[in-house]
Design a protein around this ligand. Sequence first.
Ligand code: KG4
Ligand code: ZN
Length: 345
Amino acid sequence: MNITILGIESSCDDTSAAVIRNGYMLSNIIASQEIHRKYGGVVPELASRAHQQNIIPVVDTALRQAGIEKDMVDAVAFTRGPGLLGSLLVGTSFAKGFALSTGAKLIEVNHLHAHILSNFIQEEGKEKRLPRFPFLCLLVSGGHTQIVVLRDYFNMEIIGQTIDDAAGEAFDKCAKVMGLPYPGGPVVDRYAKEGDSRAFRFSKPGIPGLDYSFSGLKTSFLYTLRDRLKEDPQFVEKNIPGLCASLQQTIVDILTDKLMKASVATGITEAVIAGGVAANSGLRNAMTALADEKGWTVHLPEFRFTTDNAAMIGITGYFKYLEGMFTTQDVAPVARFDDRCNIRL
Ligand code: KG4
Ligand code: ZN
């Protein structure tokens, strides 16, 4: 029997719809909102308005590309949170309406859970080795930086997380200081390829355990620029590649250092990365190096599954469907789940 899931993602500034059948992706349509670029960050009101404009054409295209009629959808899975409330409301309301009119089941998905399970998306003709439990996930996005132990699809524990900024935020904020466009992460990644990662040194946090901190790095970056600009007003323009390469290397070192500690603490040597920063070439190279040097089994997600997309919502919805984890029409979106406790599924 076929199980067909329509996934809907609208937590931030990407409107996305995807069709997953029996764990395989049939379509994954993403409408990114360019409007935020000129404001240097996501403007919540503009995001929810753009979601309203995009959602119907995006879903329509996803169904058509998958060759699926509306009444063939067994369940509609949507992002319930965390995210921007106004944005989440659009996807949630759409999903409820779709379920009501077609008789499809309704499945709520935690956005972070979906980022992690994106590593399980399969595609016809592209067979790949799927992660095996238990494994560690380094979840790195614009809003989160966490080390999660996965013992099962629904049994996960956050064993380390940032106490201040997220890794993506560190990329974006430092990029902004250099006058680079938003979001800064991919731009820093591009420039870093041309620069020397040892050109500059920035401070690394000294906090114990498996938690992260990136606010000190941001300050250290800011102070370096401030001091060097006093000597040479063109300092930033002249040193963008070196600054980007050194910044990226520092962030990657901080991330992998705690991941290695997590491996020692848990005895787990299989790892995945997920979230927007999982697209970073420096982090991907560092993970490959861990696999080579330490004999870890490492899974790197495809680029299109690292940033926000509905295929990851669909695959999470598929696993929840198999367990009968459905939700009802009175479900409401949530901007935040309780941080310290385990991911609410
Ligand atoms: O997961 P995501 O799309 O949205 C959130 O849920 O936050 O992640 C977006 C973040 C942004 O901070 C962006 O700068 C960062 O991911 N990012 C990158 C790269 N591509 C996206 N950071 C570093 N290198 C990249 N190549
Ligand atoms: Zn995300």
